[in-house]
Design a protein around this ligand. Structure first.
Ligand SMILES: CC(C)(COP(=O)(O)OP(=O)(O)OC[C@H]1O[C@@H](n2cnc3c(N)ncnc32)[C@H](O)[C@@H]1OP(=O)(O)O)[C@@H](O)C(=O)NCCC(=O)NCCS
Length: 300
């Protein structure tokens, strides 16, 4: 009574078939935003990409993973887990979204990719985090950047990889939206941002930008992009933005987005430094005086 059917969802699917189908769905720009390899970015073609992918197992593995996420129903994927809740369904929707997820049942897209789609703002791409950004994150998450943050800089690359793996897990299960902030034109790594607890009524925002890129409006634009995304895709009471009172640049971000300071708290961060924080809350609907279009780059 041996089971005859081949359980490998990639059985009979050639690399070329995968690539052509992925290209049809995402285009070269969308592929380059999801998998950072030069052949998707610079003068891309199926032929040149195949040459590279056939010689580069790690890149091929990423293409196969994306194909599974995009086209193979979750229950048929290797190591499949039960479908995630509403937020995971929401994450599967390409951004910028056109339809609020709160009106869309999770079951509506059973075959949807389980990783979030990149969010585009005028100058940035907010791409779901993955291991290909480990070197950048390790390099730029410095003591100066973490001064007013809870985490401390990693001492070894393995710590960064563990953070990324944890983020991928919470992203794919619909509990967070942890992204890297990239220059929309060059895909230069600029920093990280996140919405944590997106399956709860009070998701929390977080952001850091590498020092060399401070002061160009990227932090504000990235958070505005996440807030817009949350308003369109999630049902929440408010978005929480805790920030140290001395962190003037960071405080400006929720203030620009209509956030109201509601409570204060103190805690030791992982470096042993006492944070003296205030929590801003950004409401689900835009407040009266809130400027529009910040995520579209109007951060003057
Ligand atoms: C906080 C942080 C993300 C801001 O990012 P950024 O891209 O440098 O900030 P922006 O250029 O978008 O500026 C945001 C606002 O802060 C203001 N600002 C920028 N630098 C400032 C500074 N040194 N002092 C006071 N205000 C400053 C900007 O003028 C802008 O306000 P405005 O729109 O009213 O003009 C960035 O400084 C950072 O990564 N810091 C280290 C990590 C961190 O503290 N993260 C936040 C934890 S809550």
């Amino acid at each position: 009574m041996a089971e005859e059917t081949n359980k490998d969802p990639l059985h009979g699917v050639t690399l070329q078939m995968m690539l052509e189908k992925l290209h049809g769905k995402y285009g070269w720009d969308g592929l380059a935003a999801r998998i950072r390899i030069r052949c998707f970015d610079s003068d891309p073609s199926v032929k040149s990409s195949l040459v590279f992918l056939r010689r580069t197992p790690w890149a091929r593995a990423k293409v196969e993973r994306l194909y599974l996420q995009a086209f193979v129903p979750r229950k048929k994927r290797p190591g499949a887990r039960p479908a995630a809740g509403k937020a995971a369904g929401a994450l599967a929707t390409a951004a910028p979204p056109t339809e609020p997820a709160r009106t869309r049942p999770a079951e509506a897209a059973p075959d949807a990719p389980s990783i979030p789609s990149p969010i585009r703002t005028l100058r940035l791409v907010l791409a779901p985090i993955d291991r290909s950004y480990a070197d950048d994150i390790f390099r730029f998450f410095t003591p100066a950047v973490t001064r007013y943050m809870y985490p401390k800089p990693p001492e070894a690359l393995s710590e960064t990889l563990a953070f990324i793996d944890g983020s991928v897990t919470t992203n794919t299960s619909g509990r967070s939206l942890q992204v890297v902030v990239l220059d929309g034109a060059t895909h230069e790594f600029l920093g990280c941002a996140g919405l944590h607890g997106i399956d709860t009524p009070r998701p929390e925002l977080g952001i850091w930008i590498k020092e060399a890129a401070h002061g160009h409006g990227y932090g504000l634009e990235a958070i505005a992009g996440l807030v817009d995304w949350a308003r369109a895709n999630l049902s929440f009471e408010y978005l929480s933005y805790p920030v140290d009172k001395r962190n003037a640049a960071s405080r400006r971000i929720p203030e620009r987005l209509g956030g109201i300071a509601v409570r204060e708290m103190k805690e030791l961060n992982k470096s042993g430094f006492e944070l003296d924080e205030v929590e801003y809350r950004i409401q689900c609907s835009k407040s009266a005086g809130e400027p529009s279009g910040l995520a579209a780059g109007a951060s003057t």
